[in-house]
Design a protein around this ligand. Structure first.
Ligand SMILES: O=c1ccn([C@@H]2O[C@H](COP(=O)(O)O)[C@@H](O)[C@H]2O)c(=O)[nH]1
Length: 239
């Protein structure tokens, strides 16, 4: 059992502003934050992101991956949206990560509202075979720990990983880094394109700070009830 409560982020993946607003309203009080990503941002634009983020804590998950100057400038441009978490890809390397962190520090003048910078390690849609297909002949666990150590040392505040790597990351990095975990599937849910999955209970017991859940909530007949069921699992795991 975990002593600290794992919190729930709902991924609102849709190209429709109306649908995202409806989900956000239904989920108010049932989730701890909402996540907007590529689909919503590209389809609906930054004003729509800003509007949704005015009502709930916002995780802006755009997974930036480019040369250091471009990533740093991109993050400065996103700063007015005031997310509390935002993402870059760890594979961009230490210089990109350090410049990203510096850009956020500068935008928020070192203040407490600075978004936490998360480095995405190995996507939860990948397994050992998919890593081999891109020329990485390592297990997801070893690759996540290797990238995670590098990213935290370069200035990331936390990591996006699967629940399978949580224990090894805590062993390697201690409790300070925020560990954010997608690839969450409550019992009986479809896996969809996710490969490294665990249930909310398993992720909480392994030490996730936040879990990210999209389709198991948004495709449910009753998204609010689906979110509440996950919160009940997290609550039970914290006792
Ligand atoms: O490794 C990663 C990084 C990010 N994600 C994002 O989380 C959600 C998961 O959605 P589900 O519908 O619960 O599968 C989605 O927005 C991804 O972009 C991830 O899944 N894995």
């Amino acid at each position: 059992m975990s002593s600290t409560r794992t919190r729930l982020i709902a991924a609102l993946d849709t190209a429709s502003y109306e649908e995202a607003t409806q989900w956000a309203t239904q989920l108010e009080g049932k989730v701890d934050a909402i996540k907007l990503g590529l689909e919503f941002t590209y389809a609906c634009g930054l004003d729509a992101v800003r509007a949704l983020g005015e009502h709930q804590k916002l995780f802006l998950d755009l997974k930036l991956h480019d040369i250091p100057n471009t990533v740093a400038s991109g993050l400065k441009a996103l700063a007015p949206l005031r997310p509390f978490l935002t993402t870059i890809h760890a594979l961009g390397g230490p210089e990109m990560i350090a410049r990203a962190r510096a850009a956020l520090e500068e935008s928020f003048e070192g203040g407490p509202d600075r978004p936490k910078l998360l480095a995405v390690t190995v996507l939860t849609s990948m397994n050992e075979q998919s890593l081999a297909e891109v020329g990485i002949n390592d297990t997801p666990l070893d690759e996540v720990v290797r990238l995670g150590k590098m990213a935290i040392q370069a200035g990331a505040d936390g990591l996006v990983c699967s629940a399978h790597e949580l224990v090894a990351l805590r062993d390697a990095l201690g409790n300070k880094p925020e560990l954010i975990v997608p690839g969450i599937r409550p019992a009986g849910s479809a896996l969809d394109d996710q490969k490294r999955v665990m249930s909310p209970t398993q992720a909480a017991e392994a030490g996730a700070d936040w879990i990210v859940v999209g389709r198991p909530i948004t495709r449910a007949d009753d998204p609010a009830a689906a979110a509440q069921a996950i919160q009940d699992e997290l609550q039970a795991a914290s006792q």
